[in-house]
Design a protein around this ligand. Structure first.
Ligand SMILES: [Fe+2]
Ligand SMILES: [Fe+2]
Length: 276
């Protein structure tokens, strides 16, 4: 079973992108399965600063497609994990489960909406991007790698490891420059942040943009790249993280039943057509 061929059709014609879930699973117990090693070896080897900047150029003009948010969720849902169809959630079920858990705890509607859309950036897979350029933990490029980044031993295969400009603590950045000035590794977080930026309040945007930045929100690394605003907003990122879990404790959310509630929420914040 290979997890890496995100753009290769699976037997049922869908595409696979289950690595986010597998990584979450593996956080709970060592050692990491071979497919997680394979994934992070590719991710850490290829996510150079130049790669990140090229992907931003390619995608952040948001000129690929216009879709409504619910349509985008359904589009994302054509990306399924077929490794364990009886117990795993589809993409839309994961988005709804995250949103519902936030709603259940009485959080504001924009927080629920952040839960609903946080993984929409995975549509990058449907546009041919490999998994290592879409999912997995994110990390700063252009400066020294924290040893607390998952499977950091594979950074030795990244060409940036041989560039002395990028291997000091601050690298190309200034102390406390703010994360907005930092090129994190490219993936679904940064992309969905730009899609949602005109529409959602700032705490929601932080949740979208940094939900995979585990080195920062779980390990408290890279504090020296953050400014005061980042530090304040990361309280929201940490709060969000507890809801972004693939839980089997709750029943699968029923998209048909929940759709009217979330369509109303989408309509409150987003226009009918959103640029991707
Ligand atoms: Fe995610
Ligand atoms: Fe998620």
């Amino acid at each position: 079973m290979t997890e890496i061929a995100a753009s290769a059709p699976s037997p049922n014609g869908s595409l696979r992108v289950d690595l986010d879930k597998k990584v979450e699973d593996f956080r709970a117990y060592e050692p990491a399965p071979a497919r997680v090693h394979t994934f992070y070896r590719l991710n850490h080897a290829h996510q150079t600063r130049a790669f990140v900047q090229a992907k931003k150029q390619q995608y952040l003009g948001l000129d690929r497609q216009r879709m409504g948010i619910w349509t985008a969720l359904e589009f994302l849902n054509t990306l399924v994990d077929d490794s364990d169809p009886d117990t795993e959630l589809s993409q839309i079920e994961h988005c709804l489960q995250t949103a519902e858990a936030i709603r259940r705890d009485g959080h504001p509607d924009w927080f629920q909406l952040a839960g609903l859309v946080h993984d929409l950036g995975k549509v990058l897979c449907l546009w041919g991007e490999p998994q290592w350029a879409v999912v997995g933990d994110t990390f700063p490029t252009g400066c020294a790698y924290s040893p607390k980044i998952v499977l950091s031993e594979y950074f030795k295969e990244n060409p940036d490891s041989d560039d002395p400009r990028y291997q000091t603590k601050l690298g190309v950045y200034e102390e406390n420059c703010g994360l907005d000035n930092v090129d994190l590794s490219w993936g679904h977080d940064e992309y969905v942040y730009h899609v949602a930026r005109p529409y959602l309040p700032e705490p929601a945007l932080y949740m979208l943009r940094y939900h995979s930045f585990y080195a920062a929100h779980r390990e408290n690394e890279y504090a020296y790249l953050m400014d005061d605003r980042d530090r304040e907003m990361f309280r929201w990122v940490k709060l969000f993280n507890q809801y972004d879990l693939y839980s089997k404790d709750h029943a699968k959310p029923d998209a048909t039943v929940l759709r009217p509630y979330y369509e109303a929420l989408i309509e409150k914040y987003f226009p009918a057509q959103v640029r991707f």
